[in-house]
Design a protein around this ligand. Structure first.
Ligand code: NAD
Length: 319
C-alpha cells in the first residue's frame, strides 16, 4: 500500500498505542478528544473510524462530510449513536462486537466483579472491614458462608453466567442454571439445567446474568423472593430493574435475603433516590459498586486490537 490511510480513533487515550501498532505501517491514526467539536472537522479526511467511546453521534449529516470513509468498526456491541442506514446507503460496513463470540468470550471483567461481590457477601466483607476501621477485632461477629459444597444458581447462562460457573466449580460449588433460551447444544457442562423455581428453592447464592428487556424487567419479583431460601446471597451485575425493588427491599428488611451484592441500580447514576442505596446507608449486607463490572483497561485493549485488526484486514482486501 503506497498511500497513507487515515483512521479516526475515538476512545481512551491509553488505547491509542494499541490501535496504532495493530493498524501498522501505512496508517495515520487521528486520536482527538471525543467531543463533536474536536471530531467533526476531521471527518472529511478519514478512511476508517474505530469507535470505542460512543460519545460522538454520527448521523447522516456528519457522515455526509466523511467523503473518503470506507468502514466503521466499533469496540462495543451497541452502536445506536451511528446511523447505520446512512452507511448502508453508501455500502459502508459497520462492524460491531455483537455476536463476535470469539472476542466477547475472552472478556471477563464483569464476571470477575460478580464473583468478587459473591465472595464479599459470603464473608460479610463490608461489615468486617468497617469493624476493623473502627478499631475493633471480633471475628465472631462475622460468620462466613463456606462456598465449597454449596449451590450457586445462575439466572442466565450466557457469557458471564458461564464464567461464573467456572469460578464456582473451582471453588467446589455445585452449579445450577435457568436459561430458557440457551439451546441444549450450547449448554455448558459446568451447569445443571433447571427451572427458575427449583433454582430459587435450592441455591445458597443466586447470580443474575440476563439482559434487561420487557420480559426480564422484574424477573425476580415478589413471588420469586418468597421462593428463595432463607439466607441466600443475591448478586446482580446485569441491570437494577431485573429485581423488583419493592420485593427486594422487603426481602432485605425482613432478613429473608442474606445479602445483596450489586453493580447496578435502577435509575443509576441518580442513585440517591434509590431505596436500595438508602437501605445500604444503614445496613452492611448490601454491597454496591458503581457499574464498574465491564470497566478494565485490559479488556478495552483486547477489543481495540480486535476492531483495529478488522479495519486493517478490510483494507488489505480492498487492493
Ligand atoms: P449473554 O447474552 O451472553 O447471556 C445472557 C443470557 O441470558 C443468554 O444466554 C440468554 O439466553 C439468557 N436469557 C435471556 N432471557 C432470559 C430469561 N428471561 N431468563 C433467563 N435467561 C435468559 O450476556 P452476558 O454477556 O452474559 O451479559 C449478561 C448481562 O450482564 C447483560 O445484561 C449485560 O448488560 C450485563 N453486563 C454488565 C456489565 C457491568 O459492567 N456490570 C458488563 C457487561 C455486561
Amino acid at each position: 500500500m503506497s498511500t497513507v490511510l487515515s483512521a479516526l480513533y475515538l476512545g481512551p487515550a491509553s488505547g491509542t498505542a494499541a490501535v496504532t501498532t495493530t493498524l501498522g505501517a501505512g496508517w495515520q491514526v487521528l486520536a482527538p478528544e471525543t467531543t463533536p467539536a474536536a471530531v467533526l472537522p476531521l471527518l472529511p479526511q478519514v478512511h476508517a473510524i474505530l469507535d470505542a467511546s460512543m460519545k460522538v453521534p454520527l448521523r447522516q449529516a456528519e457522515l455526509d462530510t466523511a467523503v473518503h470513509l470506507k468502514l466503521i468498526a466499533t469496540a462495543t456491541t451497541g452502536a445506536d449513536h451511528i446511523d447505520s442506514k446512512a452507511l448502508a446507503a453508501r455500502s459502508i460496513p459497520l462492524l460491531t462486537l455483537k455476536g463476535q463470540k470469539q472476542v466477547l468470550n475472552e472478556l471477563t471483567p464483569a464476571a470477575e466483579l460478580s464473583w468478587m461481590l459473591l465472595m464479599a457477601c459470603a464473608r460479610h466483607l463490608r461489615a468486617a472491614n468497617r469493624h476493623v476501621e473502627a478499631g475493633l477485632w471480633d471475628r465472631e461477629k462475622f460468620p462466613g458462608m463456606l462456598l465449597k459444597g454449596r449451590i450457586l444458581g445462575l439466572i442466565g447462562c450466557g457469557r458471564i453466567g458461564q464464567w461464573m460457573s467456572r469460578y464456582a466449580t473451582a471453588f467446589g460449588m455445585r452449579v445450577i442454571g435457568y436459561d430458557p433460551y440457551l439451546p441444549e447444544t450450547e449448554w455448558p457442562a459446568t451447569i445443571e439445567r433447571t427451572d427458575l423455581d427449583t433454582l430459587l428453592q435450592n441455591a445458597h447464592a443466586v447470580s443474575i446474568h440476563v439482559h434487561l428487556s420487557d420480559e426480564t424487567r422484574g424477573l425476580v419479583g415478589p413471588r420469586e423472593f418468597t421462593l428463595i431460601r432463607p439466607g441466600t446471597i443475591l448478586i446482580n451485575t446485569s441491570r437494577g430493574a431485573i429485581c423488583d425493588e419493592d420485593a427486594l427491599l422487603q426481602a432485605l428488611e425482613s432478613g429473608h435475603l442474606g445479602g445483596y451484592g450489586t453493580d447496578v441500580l435502577e435509575g443509576e447514576p441518580a442513585i440517591q433516590t434509590s431505596r436500595i442505596w438508602q437501605y445500604a446507608q444503614k445496613h452492611d449486607n448490601c454491597l454496591i459498586t458503581p457499574h464498574i463490572g465491564g470497566f478494565s483497561p485490559d479488556a478495552v485493549d483486547i477489543v481495540l486490537k480486535f476492531a483495529a485488526t478488522r479495519i486493517r484486514d478490510f483494507f488489505a482486501t480492498q487492493g
